[in-house]
Design a protein around this ligand. Structure first.
Ligand SMILES: Cc1cc2nc3c(=O)[nH]c(=O)nc-3n(C[C@H](O)[C@H](O)[C@H](O)COP(=O)(O)OP(=O)(O)OC[C@H]3O[C@@H](n4cnc5c(N)ncnc54)[C@H](O)[C@@H]3O)c2cc1C
Length: 597
């Protein structure tokens, strides 16, 4: 079902009787052309938006049709922003075309998200009105919505008022009307979420997997292109259905494993897959999640998901956060868990707790061609990239700063990386040796390493890994070195702030207990992935994707036992641990088909 794109409302105001308002959400345009729907920052700026991600080449026009109920002269506003305000022309400029006329106003030039006045136009209700977004630069112009009104009152800007105004215009009821009910709702389709859905479904649970992207895998997907590392532990059979080969980070070869992963997850009849659906709320009553609400990222359609059990595998711990689960963010003080590593002192574990976390990355690459390739000047990128010159980016292209939250400031972090990339490539192009180099691919998705960590009955720490501590409920096994990143600028401020270093600690094989995979205070909530229960240094090893995949599979099996005995996740540890461990052991092997028994 396609959402009503255009919402009309007859306003009875003191200024104008019978004014007409028409709001067109950009992400719902009939044809996005070369613009991409970007839903990464909905919680902060209020909506998905269209992003002209052309890597320096203007993208094809986005277009849509609108029917008006009233003819007349309309004022037009566009919700947009100049993503690098400064003493240069805005990087992401575009114009609006209404029917045959391109309006003079250049858009994308105001600082911070808000409404930019675009001009006035005559509308004849008898004809369908055509709107197009005309990109001028190919450098990430942003359009959230286009608003027409016969009244010249600027729409609200503050996030709260804007959300209420949008809801009123759309005449949207508070709760989604469509209800879906499952045994297990998994939110976030990275490796952890995919594995949880598969394990649960194989055990007969009716599962919903809600994921805000068109493809599965999170950071492993062809959209972000990180290869999966770690070991399979107890879950080789499942993880081989969704993992990747060891191509270089950022390689286009990631597409091959994408197909395998998507097909395998889709092959389960009892997994209902909701791709391009983003959860935006979760409500708990008496410390138990009752439902998760989600919205289709293009059409705005909404559904409410109820279930007996939920898995938060969003990476950012969103479900736990909304439902009131305890969580942590940043580095604990060295005394909290005694996570000393003498050699690296404060860089590893600080005297005082702080907000430092591993940063987020945008992977990118270029290729050599056999003819000269131009690249535009990017003065707005230079204050970040300075004289750094590079033609490809690997995992070290990473940005974190203690005053920036990897959740709330994620758009600023992504944009900082875009400036670093475009500026560094532009510097590299000045070298004759790169004259045939073409910028081939820059992700527009921010690949995250660390943000919220939900608190479970056990908080996994660096010492658990360092000592290879054995737990009675150790369901995840890993032997990959623990590595924690820091920004190189911390050691020498002349270093670029967008490049990181890793501290590797090589220790024994280690184990993660089941008690780190369910919430301490929300009784029916599991977590798997980088938002599992751990300290900052404890996350250093298990954040890699086969380990997070193991966590997912482990909670999928636990959920099936929960259903069998009608108990909550904690009770699997207190009452059914041996059966749980036996179930995992049994799943290591391919089942013999009944026909061959
Ligand atoms: C550049 C880079 C290099 C790295 N190198 C490696 C490496 O070589 N090997 C390795 O294994 N790991 C590597 N890592 C770490 C690893 O990728 C992450 O720690 C891991 O992806 C975390 O897994 P996850 O499933 O918890 O989260 P993700 O992979 O981030 O998956 C979570 C998914 O949930 C979706 N989501 C979030 N919120 C919602 C919502 N509200 N509704 C619906 N969906 C939602 C997100 O879009 C995302 O796709 C690297 C990370 C980066 C950024």
């Amino acid at each position: 079902m396609k959402k009503l794109l255009i919402v009309t409302l007859l306003l009875f105001s003191s200024i104008s009787l019978f004014a007409q308002d028409v709001l067109v959400e950009a992400e719902s345009f009939d044809n996005p052309g070369g613009w991409l729907v970007d839903p990464q920052f909905v919680e902060q700026m209020g909506s998905p938006y269209l992003n002209a991600h052309g890597m320096g080449k203007p993208v094809k026009n986005a277009s849509t049709k609108v029917n008006f109920n009233k003819s007349g002269s309309y004022h037009i506003w566009v919700r947009t922003m100049n993503w690098v305000p400064g003493e240069w022309e805005a990087p992401g400029k575009f114009q609006l075309k209404v029917n045959e006329a391109v309006l003079d106003t250049v858009l994308g030039t105001r600082s911070g998200w808000g409404w930019q006045y675009a001009g006035e136009t005559k509308i004849n209700k008898k004809n369908e009105t055509h709107i197009e977004l005309v990109d001028l630069t190919g450098f990430n112009g942003r359009c959230d919505a286009v608003y027409f009104s016969t009244n010249k009152t600027t729409p609200p800007s503050s996030p709260k008022k804007l959300a209420a105004w949008r809801q009123e215009l759309a005449a949207e009821p508070n709760a989604p009307e469509e209800l879906k009910t499952y045994d297990l709702v998994v939110v976030g389709g990275g490796l952890a979420g995919c594995a949880a859905a598969i394990a649960g479904a194989e055990q007969g649970l009716k599962v919903a997997l809600i994921h805000d992207r068109p493809v599965l895998g999170g950071n492993a997907s062809e959209e972000i292109r990180v290869h999966t590392e770690g070991i399979y532990g107890n879950f080789e059979r499942i993880l081989k259905k969704i993992d990747t080969k060891h191509y270089p980070n950022g390689s286009a070869e990631s597409k091959l494993d994408q197909q395998k992963r998507d097909e395998n997850v889709k092959s389960y009849d009892n997994i209902d897959l909701f791709l391009n659906w983003r959860a935006y709320d979760a409500i708990s009553e008496e410390n138990s999640v009752k439902y998760v609400d989600a919205r289709q990222t293009f059409t705005g359609e909404r559904k409410r998901f109820t279930a007996t059990y939920f898995v938060d595998s969003t990476g950012d711990g969103w479900i736990g956060f909304w439902a009131g689960a305890e969580f942590s963010y940043g580095r604990e003080s060295v005394d909290t868990y005694g996570e000393y590593w003498e050699e690296h002192g404060e860089l590893w574990s600080p005297k005082e707790a702080d907000n430092a976390v591993m940063g987020s990355s945008v992977l990118w690459g270029s290729k050599d061609t056999d003819s000269p390739q131009s690249f535009p000047e990017v003065p707005w990128a230079m204050p970040v990239s300075k004289d750094y010159a590079e033609v490809n980016g690997e995992w070290q292209w990473e940005f974190s700063r203690n005053d920036l939250s990897q959740i709330d400031d994620a758009e600023e972090i992504r944009d900082h990386m875009l400036r670093a990339i475009y500026g560094s490539f532009s510097n590299a192009k000045k070298d004759e040796v790169n004259k045939n180099r073409k910028l081939e691919w820059v992700s527009y998705l921010v690949g995250k390493r660390e943000s919220r960590r939900l608190v479970g009955d056990h908080i996994f720490t660096f010492n658990d890994a360092k000592e290879g501590r054995k737990f009675p409920d150790g369901v995840v096994i890993e032997k990959r070195a623990v590595d924690v990143h820091y920004q190189t600028v911390l050691e020498d401020e002349k270093n670029p702030d967008f490049i990181s270093e890793a501290l590797f600690y090589r220790g024994p094989q280690y184990y993660i207990p089941y008690r780190s995979l369910y919430s301490k205070n929300i009784s029916n909530l599991f977590m798997a992935g980088r938002n599992f229960s751990c300290s900052h240094a404890g996350l250093g090893g298990p954040r890699v994707m086969l380990t997070t995949g193991q966590m997912g599979a482990a909670v999928g099996y636990a959920a099936s036992l929960c259903k069998k005995y009608e108990v909550m996740p904690r009770e699997i540890y207190t009452g059914y641990l041996q059966e749980y461990l036996d179930l995992i052991e049994e799943q290591k092997y391919e089942k013999i088909p009944t026909s061959k028994k």
